[in-house]
Design a protein around this ligand. Structure first.
Ligand code: FO1
Length: 322
């Protein structure tokens, strides 16, 4: 990353993102800023080994999205993907619960090959982004392994992709654990980036707090470094009108007997936030917030929606930082 930023200004905006929902706002930010002004701190708690390959779903979802190569309807994976490998795997009796596209396989194989050569996840991510012409700095939260595990009501401990994909998020989630977090070190570029005087905003994208953002905050040093940073921190609610736009968040909140609304999300981030962005449908909740709120359309259906939300969030951060 250092060699890439030599000679140009470093990130003006840092966003924290998981997969699909967060990547939408990351794209909005990427398009309204100069590409190199954005850094994305990505969750790696979803990462896992499959067919001997190291797979990093959130890194890949953000990378494909910023590259403009993602399958927009599906949210994950590549546009125009072909499935010869997984269809043949089906014939051979192998695992097909996690659908690996033919082009996507190249990313997993190349990342696994470079890890095997001793390269770190962060430098591999920078190399893959460079190859896909993604000019933002995509930063894995750590080069060290952190794995999100879901402790279910029926007494199992499920690796995240088994919970989410293999079991369709059906088990009742009692607790989320981030195995390895206490030994993990923050991405080496993050701490210097947070001390840059040019950093103007930190955005927590509308990702799942429990399985996309909390794994990032669980890496020792990251939460404190964010709090110590002079830039305002603004989160966008992933819950709109009592529903999650995508994924199991609403179900997770209900399973913890928590109100399924944007206020619960603001509580998740407690003392980190300078401001909170709610959808128009939840405008009446704004007065119940203990921090400044901005009400706007947060449902990103079009590219214009993504850009509009990015502009609103950055304007809000500017006001908070003034
Ligand atoms: N999600 C699914 O629901 N089914 C899949 O078969 C699937 C395959 C897959 C392959 C590569 C990749 O990068 C992501 C993939 N995802 C799939 C999405 C992924 O499981 C989740 O989106 C993230 O882990 C949550 O952010």
């Amino acid at each position: 990353m250092a060699q890439q930023t030599a000679g140009r200004q470093s990130a003006r905006v840092l966003c924290l993102s998981g997969g699909i929902g967060g990547a939408k706002l990351a794209l909005g930010l990427y398009r309204v800023l100069d590409p190199w002004e954005l850094a994305v701190l990505s969750n790696t708690g979803d990462d896992f080994e499959h067919f001997g390959l190291y797979i990093s779903p959130d890194l890949d979802t953000v990378m494909y999205t910023l590259a403009g190569e993602n399958n927009i309807e599906q949210g994950w994976g590549r546009a125009g993907e072909t499935w010869t490998f997984i269809e043949q795997m089906q014939r051979l009796g192998g695992a097909t619960w996690f659908r690996l596209g033919d082009g996507d396989l190249a990313i997993h194989m190349r990342r696994t090959e470079l890890l095997g050569q001793g390269k770190k996840l962060g430098e591999i991510t920078a190399e893959l982004c460079h190859r896909l012409n993604v000019e933002a700095d995509l930063l894995p939260m750590s080069d060290d392994p952190v794995r999100t595990v879901v402790a279910t009501a029926d007494g199992r401990e499920l690796m995240f992709q088994h919970y989410l994909v293999r079991e369709l998020a059906e088990p009742v989630a009692r607790e989320f654990r981030y195995v390895g977090a206490d030994q993990a070190r923050p991405n080496p570029h993050l701490l210097s980036l947070l001390q840059e005087p040019g950093l103007q905003a930190i955005v927590i994208c509308p990702s799942n707090p429990y399985v996309s953002i909390d794994p990032i905050l669980a890496v020792p040093g990251i939460r404190d470094a964010l709090k110590a940073c002079q830039a305002p921190i603004v989160a966008v609610s992933p819950i709109v009108g009592g529903q999650a736009i995508k994924g199991p968040l609403a179900k997770m909140l209900a399973e913890q007997q928590l109100p399924v609304n944007a206020l619960t999300i603001a509580e998740c981030y407690q003392d980190l936030l300078s401001g909170f962005v709610l959808d128009i449908q939840d405008a009446e909740l704004a007065t119940a917030l203990k921090i400044p709120a901005r009400v706007t359309n947060t449902v990103m259906l079009s590219l214009q929606d993504r850009e509009n939300l990015a502009r609103t969030v950055l304007e809000f951060a500017r006001e908070l930082g003034a």
